[in-house]
Write a protein that binds this ligand. Structure first.
Ligand code: NDP
Ligand code: MG
Length: 383
């Protein structure tokens, strides 16, 4: 039995990870965490029997303890609880499927405890890649990508030599507003934004896909995961989401990974790497698909991508500002407090106002996050 823990077990990636566990029979889930979804946690505890469960708030923990009083499980709370699940002594792999920068500290804690990381939480590498990657190397742990694009690159790298990579080609669906212009985006609603053409995901990443912030975060994530220069990473729009990403090698040869849009494949690949397991589900049917098309990303309309690249080029604390401003702006957009284009305006204003500090440590990253949240609040009243 391979022993794992999952941060964010009630979310889109978390529940699909449990689907993979259910389908295989040789994975044991020792720890799970959620923000506040007590009902789903109770179901998961009854089905998977973890020893340790973390929720964010004490009231939620109390309620959950009452619900599962008949079971042998310990319920812990807050960041301390998350850290405890991340570093549980018996686990081999931690699946980081929480959303947002909250994932940074538990990921670092797990690496220090020698766990391999199945990494879905991209915000962690975006803001703290310069801490996480060297630490993982020092501790001899693997960072196994779950994000489909990075998993595709990871799969395409099998048997190849890293130094022979010429560039990475990260594919993008273009999101629900592909083809629209800024003028059209003024009036788009939350419901329009949450209709992703190909993938069913959590709300935050679905909004990020529409703004192309998600693709920007993925470029930054790829830079850290694969040790690339930004100039070696190209985004290619491929609206059918069939090619999950590609590597162009120095001789011009291109390796790609294709498949139906199903996150269980990259999740399962990370959990069993370097092996593959049978996975039930739809297979690509080329006759039905007929064509795969390509476009350039529209960087003049979808500012999430160029702003992310700019933040990454500047480096230091700027990627944290980009990410934190986006997190706060998206939360406000989801509560329908601001419009779609205000997300770009808030990120841009936050980046312009920020004085960059080089090579931030964890405390400075978290301080920058707080300052950015406060800056976004101060700006919203003026929108
Ligand atoms: P979801 O919103 O579906 O799930 C997020 C999970 O994190 C839930 O378990 C949630 O608990 C928990 N959570 C939310 N806020 C907090 C908090 N403040 N403290 C502790 N736990 C919290 O997100 P996704 O599964 O879509 O995404 C997770 C990560 O994976 C993101 O970083 C995303 O970018 C990345 N990713 C997702 C993909 C996808 O297909 N969904 C694809 C590639 C990457 P609760 O249910 O109680 O709110
Ligand atoms: Mg992705």
């Amino acid at each position: 039995m391979k022993k794992i823990a999952i941060l964010g077990s009630t979310g889109s990636i978390g529940t699909q990870t449990l689907d993979v566990v259910r389908a295989n029979g040789d994975l044991e889930v020792l720890g799970i965490t959620a923000g506040s979804n007590i009902q789903k946690l109770e179901e998961q505890i009854r089905e998977f029997h973890p020893k340790l469960v973390a929720v964010m708030k004490e009231e939620a923990a109390k309620e959950l303890r009452d619900k599962v009083a008949d079971l042998d499980v310990r319920i812990v709370t807050g960041m301390e609880g998350l850290l405890e699940v991340a570093a549980m002594p018996e686990t081999e792999i931690l699946v980081t499927a929480v959303v947002g920068m909250i994932g940074i500290r538990p990921t670092i804690e797990a690496i220090k405890a020698g766990k391999d990381i199945a990494l879905a939480n991209k915000e962690t590498l975006v803001t703290a890649g310069h801490i996480i990657m060297p630490l993982a190397k020092e501790m001899g742990v693997q960072i196994l990508p779950v994000d489909s694009e990075h998993s595709a690159i990871f799969q395409a790298l099998n048997g190849e030599h890293h130094k022979e990579i010429h560039k990475l080609l990260i594919t993008a669906s273009g999101g629900p507003f592909r083809g629209r212009k800024t003028e059209d985006l003024k009036k788009v609603t939350l419901a329009d934004t949450l209709k992703h053409p190909n993938w069913v995901m959590g709300q935050k990443i679905t909004v990020d896909s529409a703004t192309l912030v998600n693709k920007g975060l993925e470029v930054m994530e790829a830079k850290w995961l694969f040790g690339m220069d930004l100039d070696q990473i190209q985004v290619v729009v491929q609206p059918q989401s069939v090619i999950h990403s590609m590597i162009e090698f120095v001789d011009g040869g291109i390796m790609a990974q294709l498949g139906t849009p199903d996150m269980r494949l990259p999740i399962q690949y990370a959990l069993y790497y370097p092996h593959r397991r049978y996975l039930a589900g739809d297979r690509l049917d080329f006759a039905a698909l007929k064509q795969i098309t390509f476009e350039e990303p529209d960087m003049d309309t979808f500012l999430g991508l160029p702003m992310a690249i700019q933040a990454s080029r500047i480096g230091g604390t700027m990627p944290t500002v980009f990410n934190a401003a986006n997190e706060r702006a998206v939360a406000k957009f989801l509560r329908q407090e601001i419009g779609f284009l205000d997300i770009y305006a808030l990120i841009q204003a936050s980046m312009e106002a920020h004085k960059v500090k080089e090579n931030p440590d964890l405390d400075l990253i978290l301080e920058t996050e707080q300052e950015t949240y406060e800056f976004v609040e101060s700006q919203v009243s003026g929108l």
